[in-house]
Design a protein around this ligand. Structure first.
Ligand code: ADP
Ligand code: MG
Length: 305
């Protein structure tokens, strides 16, 4: 169904995740071209998107602000161009950790206990004590995320997170395994276990080539018993559904020492280079990278045209 269709791979974007997005976009472009499809790169540098005439589908490879938060999706709907992945509303909700938290709680998706601190009413401390995690709600790639292990560091961490905006999310700290679950067409892919070198999955261990730090190790399928695997996958699917996400996402989950899953977030524009986590999960299910790109494009075109 994609033959004869012109696919514009939107990449880069004006946000802070531009470099990672270019890597995703170029990998997707190569995969689509390799399948003999009519795909072109569109480097997006501002909110004005210059789409080639006759574009039948925009493949969205723009992570973070603008590309992942519903803004680009809204623009493409105004232009009448079908696009891949989550729609306007589901993108907006999934991208905002405060809105997503409310959706998870309402749908009984297991997620760390949390509260929102509104700095416009003056600084204050959360009702629970350290350890806890402080997050600006609309950033990705661990930007502004602080793990507060000692109560003495609470004030400084909260003040730093507040630099990104007035409302910050404070979450109970979950000690455990870092997992991520790809969701494709409503179903969970094999679980990826991320083992960071120093126990914290941050900017340095996520993108070691940017910092020279030691990278994380990845295990897929994760070495978990069947019951735990199914529990984690069910939590991830429930999270994806509770946000109304279309087509695909990658849901971050922590697994505590009692094998209880806690959903952190759903990423609606996850990294899509050949070595990224969603493609790793797809590979473990026997889906090659080009097949993954093609499936996302086909399902999206079906949904939106
Ligand atoms: N409640 C929590 N307990 C323990 N670690 C956490 C918690 N929340 C986040 N983290 C750590 O911080 C990382 C980033 O958090 P996440 O909510 O996924 O935001 P993002 O990936 O958008 O920066 C997680 O992958 C995890 O390592
Ligand atoms: Mg995350």
């Amino acid at each position: 169904m994609l033959s004869g269709k012109k696919i514009a791979v939107l990449m880069g974007g004006p946000g802070s995740e531009r470099a990672v997005s270019l890597a995703t976009g170029n990998a997707v472009l190569r995969a689509l071209l390799g399948l003999g499809l009519d795909a072109v790169a569109v480097d997006v540098t501002s909110a004005n998107i210059d789409l080639p005439t006759g574009t039948n589908l925009a493949f969205n490879a723009i992570h973070g602000t603008f590309g992942e938060d519903g803004t680009l999706q809204k623009r493409l709907e105004e232009l009448g161009v079908p696009y891949t992945g989550a729609g306007v509303e589901s993108s907006r909700i999934a991208f905002d950790k405060n809105l997503a938290k409310a959706a998870f709680v309402a749908a009984n998706v297991p997620t760390p206990r949390a509260e929102i601190i509104d700095f416009s009413k003056g600084p204050r401390l959360p009702s629970f004590t350290a350890p806890f995690v402080v997050k600006p709600p609309r950033e990705g790639s661990s930007v502004g995320v602080h793990i507060v292990r000692n109560q003495a560091d609470a004030e400084a961490a909260i003040a730093d997170a507040a630099k990104y905006g007035n409302e910050i999310l404070v979450e109970e700290f979950i000690e455990g395994k870092e997992l991520t679950v790809g969701i494709l067409n409503g179903a969970a892919l094999p679980i990826v276990h991320i083992a960071p070198p120093d126990g914290v999955y941050d900017m340095a261990s996520k993108y070691p080539w940017l910092s020279g730090a030691k990278g994380s190790e990845y295990f897929c399928p994760a070495d978990l018993d069947l019951e735990t695997t199914l529990r984690v996958q069910a939590a991830a699917v429930a999270a994806h559904r509770s946000l109304g996400v279309e087509i695909y996402s990658r849901v971050d989950v922590l697994l505590d020492s009692q094998n209880r899953p806690f959903v952190l977030e759903a990423n609606t524009i996850p990294g899509m280079t050949e070595t990224s986590l969603l493609p790793k999960a797809a590979a473990a299910a026997g889906i090659t990278f080009p097949e993954l790109c093609k499936t996302i494009a086909e399902l999206s075109l079906q949904l939106r045209s």
